[in-house]
Design a protein around this ligand. Structure first.
Ligand code: PLP
Length: 410
């Protein structure tokens, strides 16, 4: 196998999660799949292609280049850029048929003029700020803003939406107030003769938790990838991604020896120390130093010493004592995911990293090969140096070396 560390993304699980979300929201509502930040590290192109084949018609990105990447991959579905762009980015956005959020009336006027100049109307989406305090127009100004946008030629209002800052909080009262405020704004719009074709509010937490926020469309990211936001009710979502590596060196180290930079760990006994070729340069947090654990042979083994840019050390002593076998280079390691009936979750890794599951997922870098599974088998393999024949990827029933859960079993 010509790579040592990879994340596996099971596209069948992604399909199943989309189906689960569809069942949750019921008929007559659409899903905009949020694929920004490389689909939360899963790979925007592969995820968008798979979801489009499963009937998703709208995709959300955050930057111009993310939208262009989907177009370059041949995606013909609607692509919304959810974050505001600079006016200097308008020509390329129009050329690629992207739909844009409107941060201001000045931007709307520039977009209108540019759209007219190229003879290509642009669909736009207006965010009403009901409490997120980030982008969009204030709820008090929304009606005048939309009336002004409506009068601009070359623009078509595709939707009006709002966003929740804490639909995953213990108390959903604030989100409920936001929905109420948003509903008032929509009523005021109707009074002015403005009826947007689509209105929406729900991210993953809203989708799973607040029925009244589902409106005409939901915008899940995290839930589609199989993670349930705090306080959400799990309708049966399954994480689509796991992070895997292999031992590249195993050393017997005498008691009293320091391990890694800063010499923050010292062996207290004669030890077996394994090395894996993943570090913070792959997006595995330095904060996991002397704190995180990984799975080897289905058992939790502690990280010892500091996580370095490229390598991380594991204390395999107890594992070797318990199993009577000293692990060897090539043995599979799971950073999160399942192995031999045990599991390590993204949420646990997020806790050791003092961050959110979102950040854990989307910081896994391009150094880490992506292995996409279909039917439980490698289907596409995307590496830093291009695509590889999936036959080279680890798989069940492969060589001796691949045995022992090289690939997750569902
Ligand atoms: C406007 C908007 N909608 C939806 C989402 C998806 O959020 P989540 O991943 O929590 O579902 C995001 C992501 O932060 C967002 O910015």
């Amino acid at each position: 196998m010509p790579f040592s560390s990879w994340v596996e993304v099971d596209l069948d699980i992604l399909d199943a999660n989309l189906d689960t979300l569809r069942r949750t929201i019921g008929p007559g509502r659409e899903i905009l799949l949020v694929v920004k930040a490389d689909a939360y590290g899963h790979g925007a192109v592969e995820v968008a292609r798979a979801a489009a084949a499963r009937g998703v018609r709208q995709f959300g990105v955050a930057t111009l280049h993310e939208g262009m990447q989907l177009r370059a991959a041949g995606l013909a579905e609607d692509v919304w850029v959810l974050s505001p762009l600079l006016s200097s980015e308008i020509p390329q956005a129009l050329a690629h048929g992207l739909e844009l959020a409107l941060p201001s009336l000045e931007f709307a006027r520039e977009l209108s003029a540019a759209a007219l100049a190229v003879g290509r109307p642009c669909r736009v989406h207006v965010e009403v700020d009901t409490g997120m305090g980030r982008t969009g127009v204030d709820a008090t100004e929304a009606v005048d803003f939309l009336a002004a946008v409506d009068a601009l030629e070359g623009l078509r209002v595709g939707s009006v939406y709002t966003h929740f800052p804490d639909a995953d909080a213990a108390d959903p009262a604030f989100s409920r107030q936001q929905v109420a405020r948003f509903t008032e704004v929509l009523a005021a719009l109707r009074e002015r003769g403005l009826t947007p074709p689509l209105v929406h509010a729900a991210n993953s937490a809203g989708t799973l938790r607040l029925e009244e926020s589902r409106l005409g469309l939901v915008r899940p990211g995290l839930a589609a990838y199989g993670l349930v936001p705090p306080e959400g009710t799990d309708p049966g979502l399954v994480p689509a991604m796991s992070f895997r590596s292999r031992l590249v060196q195993v050393r017997r180290v005498r008691a009293g020896r320091p391990i890694s930079y800063g010499r923050t760990f010292r062996t207290e006994r004669d030890s077996v120390i394994g090395v894996i070729p993943v570090g913070y340069g792959h997006g595995y947090s330095w904060l996991c130093s002397n704190r995180g654990v990984m799975l080897v042979a289905g058992r939790r083994v502690p990280i010892v010493g500091r996580v370095t840019m490229d390598l991380t050390m594991l204390d395999l002593t107890d594992l070797a004592l318990a199993t009577g076998r000293v692990p060897a280079p090539g043995d599979p390691v799971v950073l999160f995911g399942r192995q031999n009936g045990s599991s390590l979750t993204v949420e646990e890794l997020a806790r050791w990293s003092e961050t959110l599951a979102y950040e854990v997922l989307c910081t896994i870098g391009k150094r880490v090969t992506r292995v996409y599974l279909r039917g439980g088998r490698p289907w596409r393999v995307v590496t830093l140096v291009g695509e590889m024949d999936p036959a080279v990827a680890p798989r069940e029933g492969g060589t001796e070396e691949e045995a022992g859960d090289g690939v997750s079993r569902r």
